[in-house]
Every structure is written in structure tokens, then in C-alpha cells.
Design a protein around this ligand. Structure first.
Ligand SMILES: [Ca+2]
Ligand SMILES: [Ca+2]
Ligand SMILES: [Ca+2]
Ligand SMILES: [Ca+2]
Length: 325
């Protein structure tokens, strides 16, 4: 029997990207880069690493340049960071999904600590904004059933008891995320299928009608998706990183143009973030062996590398690891 564990953690051994993974031992990243990571709301995203073994976050704020270490939970339970702005004040909120119970714990920058339940052990927590109010709500994608459970829970997360919306999409072993692909300001529901490299997009403009999905071939097995709005046109671009070539493959949502950029090292974890607040996310990789960030600023034609003194096993806080076995 196959079972799926969704973890932003439990990276027990590194490197992760051994090319001869058997099919039944697949590990896929779903990047949460799109939801941004700006804890101090200066429009410059803040680099952050999550240490699963100790439930500790290591991060640097762009506003003061200082490094912070924050232990959120005792180590007995597994928590996945699901960072986004859930109360609409422009500050990314520390939000976590408790993998075994489906509990969400929010340290909202404006509203304080809130807790609620949505989902269970095999579900993947994903922030969505399905009504376009620029505030993220909690949602899950359920691989076993191939469906989304969407909420519009905002602000008072605990008191909202509206019924969640169920949308069918996806297969077991897909990578799933939400992003505004069609540019109407509302999240579209997107899965990427490693088997054939197809992106399937259930768009907000169609009222999330599965029958009117878009199907776009871009990528192949073992690629790692890193969707974000790279050209700053308000539409989430379909982008993946190919570990074997260390190459980023772009398919821009608006222009439908394609582009490729070689950046990163073999065992890196790719992500993206706008670190200089010019609106375009930088290409970033984290090398867990060297414990270094590698950053490519495309507009400035600049690359930088920073070493962080962190414990073994840290992973970027915006990465969700789906481990199939
Ligand atoms: Ca910042
Ligand atoms: Ca916030
Ligand atoms: Ca949309
Ligand atoms: Ca930038």
C-alpha cells in the first residue's frame, strides 16, 4: 500500500535529489514562494529556514538586518510552515499545519494567536485567496481523493463557520499549489503532474469549473516546480527547476514566452523571493550541505551567496516536501 506523507520537514538525509529515485520513493517539492515571506512588511522578502527536528525558524529581517531564531513548538509533533498574510496587514504571518491532526496554528501579526482544524494526515495545506480580497485563507488539497477543500476564512479564523467549497482536481503524486494564473486577482487551483509534465489549471474566471481546466505541458518527472510571478505582470508563471541540469524553465502566463536560465547546484532546493522590492522575485537556491543561500537577481545581473550558521537539516520555510513511499 502506498501512503503519502506531507512534510515541510523530516528531511532525514541529504542530499534529497538522487536521480535514481524509484518511482515509489518519489519526493516532490511544492514551493510556497508565491505567497511571499515578508515578516516586517518592508516589501523586501525575508530569508527563512525551518528546522523540522526542533520546530525552530531561523530568519533574517531585511529592515534591521538581524538574525532571529524562534522555536515555535516542542519537538514531539510535526509542523509544516504555511506562511502567507492571513490577516491582510501586509506582514507575512507565522502559520503552521500540524501534519497528524490537521490543526492550523496562526500567529497573526495583527490578530494574535488563532487555531482551527482543516484537513488530516495525507492532506497538503495551501493558502488560497479565492475571493480576491488580497487576504489568504486556509485550504487543503487532498491527494487521495483528488480534490480541494477551499475556505474563505479570513480575519476571525475561529469564528468563521461557513461551509468549505469542494473542487475536484488532481491525482495522487501531483504537486499542487494556488496562484493567480489568469490575472483576475483570485487564486487559480493548479496541479502539476510529474508523470507527463502537465500543469492542470482550474481557473477562478470559470468559477472553478473543472470541465474548463487548462492543460499545459511543461516539464518532466523529477523537475521541481517553483511557480511565482517572475515578470511582475500580476500573473503567476509556470516555472520549474530541473535538478539534473540546474536549469530554470520559465513559461510566462501572460506572454506565453519561454525562457531558460542555468542557476544552482545539483543538490540545491530552489525557491524564489523578491529581496530588493523591485516587484520581480530573485532566483534562489538553498544548499543544505554548504548551508548557503545562492541568489540570482535577474534585473541587476548580480549573483550572491550567503552562508548561514544553522543546524543540519534546515530547509527553506517556503518549501513543502511531499514524500511518497
Ligand atoms: Ca522584509
Ligand atoms: Ca499578517
Ligand atoms: Ca485567477
Ligand atoms: Ca527583485
Amino acid at each position: 500500500m502506498k501512503s503519502i506523507f506531507v512534510l515541510s520537514l523530516l528531511l532525514l538525509t541529504l542530499p534529497v535529489w538522487v536521480p535514481d529515485f524509484r518511482k515509489d520513493k518519489m519526493t516532490v517539492f511544492a514551493s510556497l514562494s508565491y505567497y511571499k515571506c515578508d515578516f516586517d512588511a518592508d516589501k523586501k522578502e525575508d530569508l527563512a529556514l525551518w528546522h523540522p527536528k526542533t520546530n525552530t525558524l531561523y530568519f533574517q529581517l531585511t529592515s534591521d538586518g538581524k538574525f532571529y531564531e524562534k522555536k515555535f513548538f516542542d519537538a514531539e509533533l510535526n509542523y509544516s510552515p504555511v506562511f502567507a498574510d492571513y490577516d491582510g496587514d501586509g506582514k507575512t504571518d507565522f502559520a503552521f499545519y500540524q501534519v497528524e491532526s490537521g490543526q492550523w496554528i496562526f500567529y497573526l501579526s495583527k490578530e494574535g494567536l488563532q487555531k482551527t482544524f482543516l484537513g488530516g494526515i495525507s492532506d497538503i495545506p495551501i493558502p488560497t485567496d479565492i475571493n480576491g480580497d488580497m487576504i489568504y485563507s486556509l485550504s487543503i488539497w487532498r491527494p487521495n481523493a483528488g480534490l480541494w477543500v477551499l475556505t474563505e476564512k479570513t480575519k476571525s479564523i475561529q469564528s468563521d463557520d461557513s461551509e468549505p467549497e469542494i473542487i475536484p482536481e488532481g491525482n495522487f503524486q501531483d504537486s499542487a499549489f494556488s496562484g493567480d494564473y489568469d490575472g483576475d486577482g483570485k487564486s487559480d487551483l493548479i496541479v502539476w503532474r510529474p508523470d507527463d509534465g502537465y500543469w492542470h489549471v482550474v481557473r477562478s474566471r470559470t468559477g472553478f469549473d473543472f470541465e474548463q481546466s487548462d492543460h499545459i505541458q511543461h516539464g518532466k518527472e523529477w523537475d521541481i516546480i517553483v511557480p511565482n510571478d517572475y515578470d511582475n505582470d500580476g500573473r503567476c508563471d509556470l516555472v520549474f527547476w530541473r535538478p539534473s541540469e540546474q536549469t530554470w524553465y520559465f513559461l510566462y502566463a501572460g506572454s506565453q514566452n519561454q525562457n531558460q536560465i542555468k542557476f544552482g547546484e545539483k543538490n540545491d532546493i530552489p525557491l524564489s523571493a523578491d529581496l530588493d522590492s523591485d516587484g520581480s522575485p530573485e532566483l534562489i537556491t538553498w544548499n543544505a550541505v554548504k548551508k548557503s543561500w545562492n541568489i540570482l537577481n535577474l534585473k541587476k545581473h548580480e549573483s550572491n551567496s550567503y552562508k548561514w550558521d544553522v543546524p543540519e537539516g534546515c530547509i527553506p520555510a517556503v518549501s513543502i516536501i511531499q514524500k511518497y513511499e
